[in-house]
Design a protein around this ligand. Sequence first.
Ligand SMILES: *Cc1c(COP(=O)(O)O)cnc(C)c1O
Length: 356
Amino acid sequence: MTEVMSKISIEKISQSKITEVDFNNIVFGKQFSDHMFVADYKDGKWSDFKILPFGKIEVSPACAALHYGQAVFEGMKAYKNEQNEVLLFRPLDNAKRLNISAKRLCMPEIPEDIFMEGLTQLIKLDSEWVPKTEGSSLYIRPYMFASEQLLGVRPADEYKFIIFTAPVNSYYAEPVNVKIETSYSRATEGGVGYAKAAGNYAAALYPAKLGQDAGYQQLIWTDSVNHEYIEESGTMNVMFHIGDKLITPNLDFKTTLAGITRNSVLTLAKDLGITVEERRVSVTEVINAAKEGVLKDVFGTGTAATIAQVASITFKDDKYVLPKIEERELSNKLAKMLQEIKHEKIEDKYSWIHKI
Ligand SMILES: *Cc1c(COP(=O)(O)O)cnc(C)c1O
């Protein structure tokens, strides 16, 4: 750790932009914190660790990521507790997952200590940017891309790893109307569905737009072979509360991303005495449960919204409306527990919190 730390050069911004931010009305994705962390991969190793004022970076027009898509990312958040200390939620899991994604895209791994030290130094320097208000947080975007000028198709030899951050207000997700997608696919077996690859998002935009134009805020993705089994909802994992069980697609087919929120929710649900099943979930099972009145809840899980409840599910021409939000005891409870753990209001029995 200390060795990495001593290697990070820090160039501070001359004047902080924080006075320009109204923390009660943050414009999502338009306001960024003062600094960013940058590391370069060259000659087979990571070096040149630096913290700089947030700003433009120069890349060649022949930058490999722009043509062949070697680009992976992460998404995580920093919170504050009552004492104004800055807290991260399971950050090492993001570091590990970034490397799983990098490996699949034939990119170099970033050593966990560099990821953690760059992140820690950056958040320390910009700790004023972590909102204090309940529910608000500092969104953190670590990512890596092939920066080499390259035309031939091969894994690049040069990469950049960057972390920048942006304050975000509490994200209240209006329950969404979703459609079960039966033409397009997000992922295929043998593909890159389990990686947080930039291209997965690009490929999902068009079907998502068609869905939105038809009145559905999200798509429920199904398997690419027969569109018979459910995989994810939009860019979130998806869970079904059927009878007294919480059921979610398993990860064995590598078409579903291993969400950190997913894992946390399943852990907490088990603690509450709920039977949790990770297995294939067929469209038929969900629709039959809805018809029989035992589909109590459907919700997405992910860092951005934590838990996003689904208002209705449409399959082919039939729309199934889910129970009122107040009746969704389990997901309401899980959302509250996670929120309280993230702000150190209740016991963190799994040591998920990492204090900066
Ligand atoms: C990031 C992501 C998730 C959620 O992961 P978290 O670690 O919970 O934020 C789920 N599905 C996809 C496709 C994702 O990219």
